[in-house]
Design a protein around this ligand. Structure first.
Ligand code: MCA
Ligand code: AMP
Length: 491
C-alpha cells in the first residue's frame, strides 16, 4: 500500500472528509477506495499504470476514486468539470484512457465520446459498490497521476508524477507549515491542479486532519464557513482573497466585525498559484489579522519556495526554497549569486515530476543537461528572500490562478470566420491577476460577443478573452515575429 493510504489505517474513525453535508471517517475512505480498486481490477492483479480518467466534482467520491486507482496500480487522470468536450477529448486521447469514471451530472455531456473515441463511461456508483480483493504492492517509483498544464505550446501537456514525487510534495509542506491531525481545512479549489489536490486535500489526509469540500467558490458561503469556528487553515489563489475582501467591504459593520473576529483565530492562511498583490495582502491583514503566507509552485515541481511559517513573511516575496528543494537562479550565461540580479528559477529535488506524458522531446527540453528543471519564471534575491519578477514567455497568462496558453486561444480564434490573424495577451488586472485579451486583424465587422460565444465551444470560460481590439496589422519585429509587449500597449 502506498504511504498516504497506509497512514490512513492509523487514523481510523477520525473525520477525513466533509462533503455534501456528510462526514466520512478515514476507515470509510479506505474501505470505499478498496472497493473502487477491486471493481477496477476485476480479477486482474495490477492495473499496470493504465490511465483511469474521472470526472467527479470535489467530494468524498472524488478522493475515494483517486485512492482506489492508486491502490489498484493505475494512473489517476482527473478531468476538469469546467472544460468543454473538445478539451476533455484531447486529454482522453492523449492519455489513451480506456475508461472514464463519471458522476451522474456529467454522463450525458460525455456520452458523445463513447462513439467518437470509443472510451467507456463507468458510473461512479458502479465503481464504488462494495467489493474486495488482494491489492498489488505499488513501488513508489511508479507513475501515479497526470495533470494537464498549459505552456509555451498550443496544446496542454500531461505532467506525470510518481508516488514518490507526490509523497515528497506532500511531506515538504506538512513539515514546513506544521500540519497536525487536529487541523481542519476548507477546499474551494478545483481538483485537477496541484494546489487543490496536494497542498489542501492530500496534506490534510497525510496528517490525519479534516478536509471539507465546497465544490464551487461562492464568497458568501466561504465567509459563512470561515466564521463557523471549525477551520484552522485556509489556502487560496489571490483572486479568491480579492473576492473575499470585496464581500467583506460590502457587508454591514456588525457583520464585518464578526467576520474579522473569527478569522483572526486561524493557525495559517496561504496564498499562491499567482503573484499576491501587496495591497491584497495588506487589506487581508487589516480585516483578519492574518499575514498571508505566500509561496511559489508549479505543476511540474509542486511547491518550490515559501515564506516562513514562523519567521518573517515579507509582502511581495515568496521566501526561500523549501527543505528538500534545490534551487538556483541562472541568466543566459551564469549562475547568479548576488542580490538584486534577475535570473531564471531552476529546480531539482524529489518533488520534481518524472516526464511530460509521451513527449520525450518536450521533457528533454524542460531540463538542463545536468538535470535542473527550467521553470521559465524570473526572480531575484532581495534582502535575503526571493521575489518573483515575471515569466520569460509572454505567451503564458495567469488569470484567476489558472495558467493559460495564449497560443492555444490564438489557434482557435484564427478559425473564426473573418479573423485574418490575431494575438492574445494577458493584461494586468487587480482582481484576476491578468485578463485574457485579444487583438484581431480583420477586414470584416465582427461582433465580440459572437466571437466569445463561439470560442466557448472549444475553450473553458476562464480562457475566453474579456477585451478585444481590432487592427489592420499586428506589430512585428524585424524578423516578422509579433511583438506582444507592443500588442499590450494597443489596449
Ligand atoms: C471567470 N470570470 C473571469 C475569469 N474567470 N473573468 C475574467 N477572467 C477570468 N479568468 C468571470 C466569469 O465569466 C463570470 O462572469 C464571473 O467571472 C464568475 O465566473 P465563475 O466561473 O463563477 O468564477 P468563479 O467561480 O468566481 O471563479 C473564480 C475562481 C476560479 C474561484 C478564482 O478562477 C478558480 O477556482 N481559480 C483557481 C484555479 C486554481 O486552483 N489554480 C491552481 C493552479 P459573469 O458574471 O459576467 O458571467 S496553479 C497550481 O496548482 C500551482 C502548482 C500552484 O502554484 O499552486
Ligand atoms: P501552474 O503550473 O499552472 O499551476 O502554474 C505555475 C506558475 O504559476 C508558475 O510557473 C508561476 O508563473 C506562477 N506562480 C505560482 N505561484 C506564484 C507566486 N506566488 N507568485 C508569482 N507567480 C506564481
Amino acid at each position: 500500500m502506498i504511504n498516504l493510504l497506509e497512514r490512513a489505517t492509523s487514523f481510523k474513525d477520525r473525520v477525513a472528509l466533509v462533503s455534501n453535508g456528510f462526514s466520512y471517517s478515514y476507515d470509510a475512505l479506505l474501505d470505499t477506495s478498496q472497493s473502487v480498486a477491486a471493481n477496477l481490477l476485476k480479477g486482474k492483479t495490477d492495473l499496470q499504470e493504465a490511465r483511469i480518467a474521472f470526472l467527479v466534482p470535489p467530494s468524498f467520491e472524488y478522493t475515494a476514486i483517486q485512492w482506489g486507482i492508486w491502490a489498484a496500480g493505475g494512473i489517476a487522470v482527473p478531468l476538469c468539470a469546467l472544460h468543454p468536450l473538445p478539451s476533455i477529448q484531447y486529454v482522453l486521447e492523449d492519455t489513451k484512457a480506456e475508461i472514464v469514471i463519471v458522476h451522474a451530472d456529467f454522463h450525458t455531456f460525455l456520452m458523445p465520446l463513447e462513439k467518437e473515441i470509443g472510451v467507456k463511461l463507468v458510473a461512479l456508483e458502479k465503481v464504488m459498490q462494495t467489493n474486495q480483493c488482494i491489492l498489488p504492492q505499488i513501488d513508489l517509483v511508479r507513475r501515479a497521476m497526470i495533470l494537464y498544464t498549459s505552456g509555451t505550446t498550443s496544446k496542454p501537456k500531461g505532467v506525470v508524477t510518481t508516488h514518490a514525487n507526490i509523497e515528497a510534495q506532500i511531506t515538504t509542506l506538512v513539515n514546513a507549515w506544521e500540519w497536525e491531525k487536529d487541523d481542519y481545512i476548507l477546499n474551494i479549489l478545483p481538483l485537477h491542479h496541484v494546489h487543490g489536490i496536494i497542498n489542501v486535500m492530500s496534506c490534510a489526509l497525510w496528517s490525519g486532519a479534516c478536509c471539507e469540500f465546497l465544490p464551487k467558490f461562492d464568497a458568501e458561503r466561504v465567509w459563512a464557513i470561515l466564521q463557523s469556528g471549525r477551520l484552522s487553515l485556509f489556502m487560496a489563489v489571490p483572486t479568491i482573497y480579492y473576492k473575499l475582501i470585496a464581500f467583506w467591504e460590502n457587508a454591514a459593520i456588525p457583520e464585518q466585525k464578526k467576520m474579522s473576529k473569527t478569522t483572526s483565530k486561524f493557525r495559517l492562511m496561504v496564498s499562491g498559484s499567482a503573484a499576491l498583490p501587496v495591497p491584497v495582502l495588506e487589506k487581508w491583514r487589516e480585516i483578519t489579522g492574518q499575514t498571508l503566507l505566500e509561496r511559489y509552485g508549479m505543476t511540474e515541481i509542486g511547491m518550490g519556495l515559501s515564506n516562513s511559517y514562523i519567521e518573517e513573511r515579507r509582502p511581495g516575496h515568496v521566501g526561500l526554497p523549501l527543505p528538500g528543494v534545490e534551487m538556483r537562479l541562472v541568466d543566459s550565461h551564469n549562475l547568479i549569486t548576488e542580490e538584486n540580479q534577475p535570473g531564471e528559477i531552476q529546480i531539482k529535488g524529489p518533488s520534481v515530476f518524472k516526464e511530460y506524458w509521451q513527449k520525450e522531446a518536450a521533457t528533454k527540453q524542460a531540463f538542463t543537461e545536468d538535470g535542473w528543471f527550467i521553470t521559465g519564471d524570473i526572480a531575484e534575491m532581495n534582502n535575503g528572500l526571493y521575489k518573483i519578477l515575471g515569466r520569460d514567455s509572454v505567451d503564458i497568462i495567469k488569470s484567476g490562478g489558472y495558467k493559460i496558453s495564449a497560443l492555444e486561444i490564438e489557434d482557435v480564434l484564427r478559425k473564426f470566420p473573418g479573423v485574418d490573424d490575431c494575438a492574445v495577451v494577458g493584461l494586468p488586472n487587480e482582481e484576476w491577476g491578468e485578463v485574457v485579451s485579444a487583438c484581431i486583424v480583420t477586414k470584416a465587422n465582427l461582433d465580440t460577443s459572437e466571437i466569445s460565444e463561439w470560442l466557448k465551444n472549444d475553450l473553458p470560460a476562464y480562457k475566453i478573452p474579456r477585451n478585444y481590439i481590432f487592427q489592420s496589422d499586428l506589430p512585428r519585429n524585424v524578423l516578422g515575429k509579433v511583438t506582444k509587449n507592443e500588442v499590450k500597449k494597443l489596449f
